[in-house]
Design a protein around this ligand. Structure first.
Ligand code: 5AD
Length: 362
């Protein structure tokens, strides 16, 4: 107990010290959570920002060994929303006070796709005269593509590193040029050059991942001077190759706990960034996202994909929110955020304070 108190008062942790914080329990855990929450409240207040998540397509050129929409999964029913469906969802987001939308989808680099996204971004910008913030989460692209989408009006981009341990990265991806750790890193740098607020993140509780790996992931996020983070527990999917290693996994409740500890520790390391309370937390515990908000997260990404296609975007199994009308879920969400001691800030972009501060730097 004294150890954890002393650790919490330290500024610069070693990886083993940070791993000890990630593993703490009981009263020590309560101390960690109280501290991370206090840091969030003092730096950012208790406001929570919404990003309406539009899963625009599950067609993907990648074959990641953990992901349910990987190219080789012949059981995944493939879909792509048309422009009208995407714009309809964005209009919905605007109407219900979601300050931003996230366009997320499987990875494609063909010109038809790139041009389609560019047009969607431009059209979403016209809704309410530029009222909506736009985040993209569309994987690895050429720098030129990132630039086109930035010029069209997208200003945030999410691209998870998945794990900062290069050898673990190789174990969870096919070993070919298309799934290269260095390319992923290079994309994060390219996004920054293009002027995006850059978000990344990791999966927590992967087979073969140690507490020190996770500690180093947090140092990686700080070292990259990242503006936003979305990270959540790894969830096994039976139609993927990584399913074979399910025997090595921590129980889901432990992965959830680690997910919360990762959020708390990251808040201590990077007080002014945006941290999302992710859907994968909710997949394990219906209150998982609220629990993350209560201890330091400040962004929620409610799914506003038209219901007809939602069941097909299954990165992992038992994904929550598969049978709920988007309108009905909004009011419930505002209420459940309140129960976590936070307040939804409707119709606000909620840009990363960290980004604003690094812009101010010479
Ligand atoms: N469990 C948890 N998260 C997953 N993702 C993909 N597959 C899984 C899974 N099985 C996450 C990855 C990816 C994001 C879009 O979804 O981190 O970057």
């Amino acid at each position: 107990m004294e150890d954890i108190k002393a650790l919490l008062d330290k500024k610069d942790w070693t990886a083993p010290e940070l791993a000890a914080l990630l593993a703490c329990r009981g009263e020590e855990e309560q101390l960690l959570f109280a501290r991370s929450r206090a840091v969030r409240d003092a730096t950012l207040g208790n406001g929570v920002y919404l990003r309406g998540l539009i899963e625009l397509s599950n067609r993907c050129v990648k074959d990641c060994l953990y992901c349910g929409i990987r190219r080789s999964n012949v059981h995944a029913v493939r879909y792509a929303l048309d422009g009208e469906e995407i714009l309809g969802a964005a209009v919905f987001a605007h109407r219900y006070g979601y300050g931003s939308v996230v366009l997320q989808g499987g990875e494609r680099q063909d010109e038809a796709f790139v041009a389609f996204i560019e047009r969607m971004v431009r059209e979403i910008k016209r809704i309410g005269d530029g009222a909506l913030g736009i985040t993209l989460s569309l994987g690895e692209q050429a720098e030129e593509t990132y630039r086109r989408w930035r010029e069209a009006g997208a200003h945030r981009y999410l691209l998870r590193i998945e794990t900062s341990n290069e050898s673990l990265y190789r174990q969870i991806h096919p070993r070919d040029a298309r799934h290269d750790f260095r390319t992923r890193l290079e994309c994060l740098h390219a996004l920054r050059r293009c002027g995006y607020q850059v978000g990344t993140g990791v999966m927590i509780g992967l087979p073969g991942q140690s507490l020190e790996d996770l500690a180093r992931d947090l140092f990686f996020l700080r070292g990259m001077d990242i503006d936003m983070v979305g990270m959540g527990p790894y969830l096994e999917h039976h139609e993927t190759p990584l399913w074979e290693r399910r025997g090595e996994l921590l129980p889901q409740t432990e992965r959830l706990r680690l997910g919360l500890h990762m959020v708390a520790c990251l808040r201590l390391l990077m007080p002014d960034i945006n941290i999302a309370a992710t859907t994968a937390l909710q997949a394990i515990d219906p209150e998982g996202r609220e629990r993350a908000l209560a201890i330091g997260a400040n962004v929620l990404m409610p799914n506003i994909t038209p219901l007809t296609n939602r069941a097909n975007y299954q990165l992992y199994e038992n994904k929550p929110g598969m049978d709920e009308g988007a309108a009905a879920s909004t009011a419930r969400l505002v209420e459940s955020v309140r129960r976590s001691g936070c307040e939804v800030r409707l119709s606000a972009w909620g840009d990363s304070l960290h980004f604003a501060q690094r812009q101010g730097q010479p």
